[in-house]
Design a protein around this ligand. Structure first.
Ligand code: PMV
Length: 327
């Protein structure tokens, strides 16, 4: 056992993970496809220590207690069981972005914790198995193990629900310009939200539509056709939010700024700028466009949408061990 540090990046889902067939194992209702991004990075150091009586966790230098600590401890329990180790761990994590602002921070967090944790506990696991363990921490984290364009196959069992690369980051210069409209904590997080999907009468309609949209996004990626994948990604984001809004209780993540942004993106497309929008479990807009169009999309977003922050992401690399420890 040794100290180990891993770096992982968030991902933006082009076809979303929303709703579960097995909440205990985070088995999803549908497959999903994402792009790992380059600028939303989590770095995590794990050190097993025989003198500890329990795991400890600090995030951005602040010691954690309560729910965030308990969630990390549950994940470390899974890693320990697989690694055949009983050692408690000291964990420190740093993000380059605000947690819980709908920027999929749990994806980079659990991908980094899984890679660093297994290395620290001395377990050798394949990349495929690594994605299944990241999934147990947070579903979308399975996709952040890989870089570039990634599909998470829904799969009926723990072993069969894994993520695999569709194309490397260098294959397609798709950008995700994140328009941060609110950095506040969201009221209902995605872990709780997944459980509500099946209360919406629209969920069955979305689930039936997703296989066709997955095929369009796969083809769009393969043929570097941003229009094709952008249209499908935007349709699925709207389908997911229709499910969210019509579940019981209703989840309404959009703010007036989100709606203004959706209208603006439509107008920009009519004016000839090829840009599409997707939205996760929060108010922020993600503008999907070619890298060469990203500066113009960002300029218009700054001018018309008054964002709290804006981040232009290119495709990013997968999770990996790094030499620079946090402590
Ligand atoms: O991994 P979770 O439980 O945080 O769920 C992610 C949910 C969405 O971000 C809304 C969609 C997705 O596929 O990333």
């Amino acid at each position: 056992m040794t100290k180990a540090t891993a770096e992982a990046r968030a991902n933006i889902a082009l076809i979303k993970y929303w709703g579960q067939s097995d909440p205990r194992l985070n088995l999803p209702l549908t497959s999903s496809i994402s792009m790992t991004v380059d600028k939303l990075v989590t770095r995590t150091t794990v050190e097993p220590d025989a003198s500890l009586k329990a795991d400890t966790l600090s995030i951005n230098g602040v010691a954690q207690a309560g729910a965030p600590l308990a969630r990390a401890q549950r994940h470390l329990d899974r890693l320990r069981q697989r690694a055949g180790s009983a050692a408690f761990c000291r964990v420190a994590s740093e993000n380059t972005f605000a947690a819980s602002a709908g920027l999929a921070s749990s994806a980079s967090a659990f991908a980094a914790l899984t890679v660093a944790g297994f290395a620290a506990l001395g377990a050798k696991v394949s990349e495929r198995e690594m994605t299944t363990f990241a999934r147990l921490g947070s579903g979308s984290a399975a996709r952040s193990i890989h870089g570039g364009f990634v599909e998470w196959r829904a799969g009926p069992t723990h072993e069969a629900s894994y993520a695999e690369p569709l194309a490397p980051a260098s294959h397609l210069d798709l950008h995700d310009v994140v328009v941060v409209l609110s950095e506040g904590e969201k009221k209902v997080g995605s872990s709780e939200g997944h459980g509500l999907a099946e209360t919406s009468p629209l969920n069955a309609g979305r689930v039936a539509r997703v296989p066709a949209l997955l095929a369009e996004v796969r083809e769009g990626i393969l043929h570097r056709d941003i229009k094709k994948l952008g249209r499908a990604a935007q349709e699925d984001a709207l389908l997911m939010h229709a499910v969210m809004m019509t579940s019981t209780p209703s989840l309404l993540y959009w703010t007036p700024g989100t709606v203004a942004g959706l209208h603006a993106v439509r107008r920009w497309r009519e004016e000839g700028l090829m840009v599409y929008a997707t939205i996760d479990a929060g108010p922020n807009l993600h503008l999907l466009c070619a890298g060469r169009d990203a500066p113009e999309a960002a300029r218009r977003a700054r001018e018309e949408l008054a964002p709290a922050a804006l981040l232009d992401n290119a495709p990013g690399e997968g999770a990996r061990l790094v030499a620079a420890h946090l402590f």
